[in-house]
Write a protein that binds this ligand. Sequence first.
Ligand code: TRP
Length: 333
Amino acid sequence: MKQVVLTGIKPTGAPHIGNYFGVIKRAIEMSQNTEYDRFYFIADYHALNSLKNADDMKKYYKELACTWLACGLDPEKVLFYRQSQIPETFELCWILMNVTPKGLMDRAHAYKAVVQENETAGKDPDDGVNMGLYNYPILMAADILLFNTKFVPVGKDQKQHVEMARDIAKYFNKKYGYTLVVPNEMIEEKTATIVGLDGRKMSKSYGNQLPLFADEVALKKLISGIKTDSSLPTEPKSTDCTLFEYIKLFGTEEKQAEMAKRFAEGISWADAKKELFEIANAYLKPMRDRYNRYMENFEDVELLLQKGEKQAREIARETIARVRKAIGVDEFK
Ligand code: TRP
């Protein structure tokens, strides 16, 4: 049996280059590796926590599905599916809740951050916290454990969640005997944090993101808004700046070396931005074109997902059968 690599992304808004270089790109690279069985999915029930209307849910799900494919996910090689089409996930989630100590959830970074914010603001610590937020890591553990996952490629921010999934698998196995594969996170330290247009970490919550599929006009405009220092056009420039970070992301090694030289010699910020636009656009255009094609032919994408979902459910049912047996509950009759 091959080891399983699994990862998911929640559809909470237009994907940005932080998502791409942080997670998607490497997940796609890993997906070429036929040593593993690969499961990539859309974590729409995780998004429920922040999306509270049906139109957003539909829009972001569609955009994310097309993003995965545009970025190179090959549905012949990867089981591609929506979490919400795998009901076994939610059954496993409930079962796992019963072996998960509350204290483990109390330690989750995302929950703790909200509590801390509330405390600072003098509010009730649990103000605005619903059980979806609180149990989020258990649902994620269910996603992972349902498919016998060995490796989970994720960004640094998800490290704790995968550790919790590992803990939860161990709690279960300890109580009921070895039933669930114990997973490990796979984190790329090098590109795990992508700098945003304003120099802080790229994040939707800062509004400093470079959307992956912005059209050329928007891309140019966003690049021209990158913060730079006030050095004169002919002065040498330091490569230790946001603009050069992007040159490193999008440019080949030769291009990076050439641009480093021009920075040292003195290039105007306007010219540097023009160059960056050319480099970034050349990199993104083929993906953007594919993305637009998938968006226009979404029925095809839905068929691909349905095929993946059918196969994924077969595996999910096997795991649930094993888990039910372990806990002493009859299989479906
Ligand atoms: N929580 C992840 C995120 O916000 C998405 C996710 C849900 C996930 N379930 C998963 C990632 C299982 C990896 C494995 O990015």
